[in-house]
Design a binder for this molecule. Structure first.
Ligand SMILES: C[S@@+](CC[C@H](N)C(=O)[O-])C[C@H]1O[C@@H](n2cnc3c(N)ncnc32)[C@H](O)[C@@H]1O
Length: 503
């Protein structure tokens, strides 16, 4: 599966909801044929697991008996795998290689080429596998109808969906140009289906020292859950792909695979679902929002500011993915905001008189520039998040109530869209509160500052702002070598904390 995580360890999503489906237990004809095909071709331990069909094309794998930790659940021999090399060896694969095409997801493309070509052959060895692949992928956002896309209004995911569609179209056109017979093999719709099928079901593996990707029949029937309860690998000594339990799994329990620690936009875009409580065991939440930071065209300093922005490859506008934790992106975002918020004196300081010589790029300004600048950058962060929050048609409270009231059916696109936008709004709220807290702490008395910072450290949800205040805010309050003192800043800038041009 795309970026499936082999070593991950945490979170607790729609486990019970997925199990809620297990009332409808059947193993329809095509699934039986598929399991028989695997067994006849050397797959082992298929009796340890049971493929359950909840609804049309929606399945999961369940333990057929109590499974112990370290027990192999399923072993799929190499001959049943479709690999990138098999796609490269096709006529179209060779034409693509010869043309040296720059494709969106090259490894996936070769798997798709094999799949699309070989499924035209009614006698294909893989026929039983093709017959169980989902016929429609209506949960994938690239296939959502216009009314369904409105559920994502306000989210940058809408842009990414369009970009994905565009990339698929470009790849299709480039392949047809390189091998014109391809348009008789599949339509753009079928090509898009294959793209999402491969994207949501392939595994990155190493076979005899060669790093590749593969479609692994049966292994791709496991649904996502974290923390992971199984591990998978290509075992060269067995010549087979294996899935092993990491803990005991009771008879009848669903056997899950972790698709990795991911933001909900990646789950939704690549797999067609979003995880309601996307938290790791340590409380970390990988959900992000794509914040837009932009130099204000009406700012007379913009031309000079561009000089430093351009070193990042950004022409005055940058999207930064932020999650509600301290990380490199958060520090880069603050750095860019320091430039956007800079007045002339501060910009001179950024461009020349900084503690480490000239900054490489506008994302590298990790030391505060001045008291005023830091407060202005925080105000800008707050206002940017507020205006992004206002761009969603529905409030966070309304999302929460729609999700908890179960008015949206468990696997509906609307529910997944709602979970996704809620995830983004939570990150925006985190930064609005972050900026408010930090601005208050920048201006309060020493005693209050110390007491508040230590109180914030005690609460896990506030550790991010506590650590920022303890470091950067403390620095700007007391001034550090090579920075103007707070008092001198106040005199020079008359404590002009008004928000600079808001994005
Ligand atoms: C690798 S397949 C898993 C098998 C799939 N359920 C089937 O019936 O073919 C991945 C797809 O399963 C579904 N899925 C997996 N984990 C899920 C989860 N935790 N919640 C909702 N849907 C999930 C999504 O449609 C996803 O694109």
């Amino acid at each position: 599966m795309q970026d499936r995580d082999v070593n991950a360890s945490a979170n607790r999503p729609d486990r019970d909801k997925f199990q809620g489906h297990s009332g409808i237990v059947s193993s329809a004809g095509k699934e039986e044929v598929f399991v028989k095909w695997l067994s006849e071709n050397g797959a082992k331990f298929v009796d340890r697991a049971l493929l359950r069909c909840y609804e049309n094309d929606v399945r999961g794998v369940h333990a057929a008996r109590d499974l112990k930790a370290e027990e192999i659940i399923i072993e799929v021999p190499l001959k049943c795998l479709i690999t990138v090399e098999m796609g490269k060896a096709t006529d179209v694969g060779r034409a693509v290689l010869e043309a040296g095409l720059e494709l969106d997801a090259p490894k996936h493309i070769f798997l798709m080429l094999f799949l699309l070509l070989d499924r035209c052959n009614s006698d294909s060895f893989f026929r039983p596998y093709y017959d169980v692949l989902p016929g429609s992928l209506s949960n994938m956002p690239i296939f959502w109808k216009p009314n369904e896309l409105t559920w994502l209004e306000g989210s940058y995911l809408l842009v990414q969906i369009e970009e994905r569609k565009c990339a698929i179209q470009n790849d299709f056109k480039a392949i047809v140009d390189a091998w014109p017979a391809f348009k008789r093999i599949c339509t753009l719709d079928e090509f898009s289906w294959a793209r999402m099928c491969v994207c949501s079901r392939n595994f990155g593996i190493v076979i005899n020292g060669v790093r590749t990707s593969a479609m692994v029949p049966y292994a791709d029937m496991l649904n996502h859950f974290r923390p992971r309860e199984t591990k998978w690998t290509f075992d060269n000594t067995r010549g087979a792909f294996t899935i092993t339990a990491l803990q005991s799994i009771p008879s009848g329990g669903q056997i899950y695979d972790s698709y990795g620690q991911k933001c909900n936009h990646r789950f939704l875009l690549n797999y067609g679902f979003a995880v309601e409580d996307n938290y790791e065991c340590d409380g970390y939440c990988p959900n992000e929002v794509a914040l837009l930071v932009r130099l204000a065209p009406e700012d007379p300093l913009t031309a000079r500011k561009r000089l430093i922005w351009i070193r990042d490859g950004a022409v005055g506008v940058k999207r930064i993915r932020l999650c509600a934790s301290d990380n490199e992106n958060f520090r880069a975002c603050l750095s860019l905001l320091r430039v956007v918020a800079a007045d002339e004196v501060e910009l001179d300081r950024i461009l020349s008189q900084n503690p480490y010589g000239t900054y490489r790029t506008a994302s590298d300004i990790h030391v505060p520039v001045s008291f005023r600048n830091e407060c202005a950058a925080l105000s800008l962060l707050k206002h940017t998040c507020k205006s992004m929050l206002e761009a969603y048609p529905r409030s966070l409270a309304a999302d929460k109530s729609a999700i908890s009231s179960n008015t949206l059916s468990p696997f509906s696109n609307e529910r997944h869209a709602c979970i996704h936008v809620k995830s983004e709004k939570l990150v925006l709220c985190h930064y609005i509160n972050f900026a408010k807290t930090a601005l208050n702490l920048a201006r309060c008395h020493d005693g209050e500052f110390e007491a508040t910072v230590s109180r914030l450290f005690d609460e896990p949800v506030h550790r991010h702002v506590a650590s920022y205040c303890n470091g950067i805010v403390r620095q700007v309050r007391h001034a550090v070598p090579k920075l103007l003192s707070v008092e001198s800043d106040r005199r020079q800038h008359k404590l002009n904390l008004s928000t600079p041009t808001i994005v």
